[in-house]
Design a protein around this ligand. Structure first.
Ligand SMILES: *Cc1c(COP(=O)(O)O)cnc(C)c1O
Length: 365
């Protein structure tokens, strides 16, 4: 006799975060988890330190100050907002509330790995919809819906590809789903997208009973360490998750810092312009060196390496790591010969391009 975890748990391949170590004595440029090189808005840091003065008190279990700041910024009703310990927690709560053993949930071929982990944790089955040109394919998703399907996860834009679905395609996806299936729009990188045909999903959530949008403070707001995410959804879904979540799922520093960060709109604008400039520059420079780069609307790029001995992603990764540039291996996402690079500081972006130049020309191993 020995304890046995629930069905599905041991089928999970544990999430492996981006590496964060450089060799001793070498300056580290962490470009492996899509964090921003700009840090958080200064007011957010001050707010976190202010909250640290009263660590003996439980935080506000409703995270009201944060919800209010989000509601004001995006012109939403706070009743439709639920905050989470990172948006990862909200993705898990959706699975906890809506999936049972035997159910199915769909995600796309190169979709964010957290979906499959949380689906399996409920004893449910992840169903993979193939992508077309490393982009979600609405028809492929719809053709995989069965009467067991309860959730459809769509990261838009997707990580690690950086590709996105135009909003009319998202609408078509929603229109093809039965009313009992929840469409989860994971818009972790929404702030970065500068395309007229993109929408994070707010209008669709407002008009439907079965769509939610998740957002995060880990990326453009530079607060990954504090773990802050939020969901915008119909009251019935918000209510279900609210019953199941931990009563104090956001800590006091997170609530204070998040509320301060989202109010700094000038900071977001600067971060978006900085990213647009360096996303374009880095893509162009790498392509000029013969590397294929998947066109990205996020703050990261997927770089494909040649299928030649000594020139592959694993060798490039080792070469870059030796020089302090930590990128992300993405074999687990179905790209064994690519690396994902977060757009970093000017020095980091220039450094990676120079190092890859050296790597490809075959000098110094
Ligand atoms: C980074 C990321 C998140 C954010 O997760 P947090 O738990 O909020 O830090 C969510 N979805 C995708 C696709 C991401 O890349």
């Amino acid at each position: 006799m020995k304890p046995v975890p629930n069905k599905g748990v041991l089928d999970i391949e544990a999430y492996v975060p981006g590496k964060s170590r450089a060799p001793e004595g070498i300056e580290l440029h962490k470009l492996s988890s899509n964090e921003t090189p700009l840090g958080p808005p200064p007011a957010a840091r001050e707010a976190a330190l202010g909250a640290a003065a009263r660590l003996e008190l439980y935080p506000d279990g409703q995270a009201s100050a944060l919800k209010q700041a989000i509601a004001e910024t995006h012109a939403l009703n706070p009743k439709n907002i639920l905050c989470g310990n990172g948006s990862d927690e909200l993705l898990g709560l959706l699975c906890q509330c809506y999936l049972a053993p035997g159910d199915e949930a769909i995600h796309t071929e190169h979709g964010f790995l957290v979906y499959a982990i949380q689906i399996r944790a409920r004893g449910a089955t992840p169903v993979v919809a193939p992508e077309t040109n490393a982009t979600a394919d609405v028809d492929a998703i719809l053709s995989r819906v069965t009467d067991k399907t309860k959730l459809v996860f769509l990261a838009n834009p997707n990580n690690p590809t950086g590709t996105y679905l135009p909003f009319d395609e998202v609408r078509r996806l929603h229109a093809g789903l039965p009313g009992n299936v929840i469409l989860v729009l994971d818009a972790a990188y929404a702030e970065y997208v500068r395309r007229n045909d993109y929408g994070a999903g707010i209008e669709l959530v407002s008009a439907a009973e079965n769509v939610v949008m998740t957002r995060t403070f880990s990326k453009i707001y530079g607060l990954a360490a504090l773990r802050i995410g939020w969901m915008y959804g119909p009251e019935a879904i918000v209510d279900a998750l609210d019953r199941v979540r931990g009563p104090f799922n956001l800590n006091a520093m997170a609530i204070a810092a998040g509320a301060a960060a989202i109010r700094d709109r000038a900071f977001v604008e600067r971060a978006v312009s900085f990213n647009a400039e360096w996303l374009e520059w880095t893509t162009r420079e790498l392509e000029a060196r013969g590397l294929a780069v998947t066109p990205s609307v996020g703050n990261f790029i997927l770089i494909h390496f040649p299928n030649e001995p000594g020139k592959g992603a694993a060798e490039a990764d080792a070469f870059l790591t030796q020089r302090g540039f930590i990128l992300r291996r993405v074999a687990g996402y179905g790209f064994p010969n690519a690396l994902r690079m977060s757009i970093g500081s000017e020095a980091a972006n220039r450094g990676v391009v120079a190092a890859l130049d050296e790597f490809l020309s075959g000098r110094a191993a």
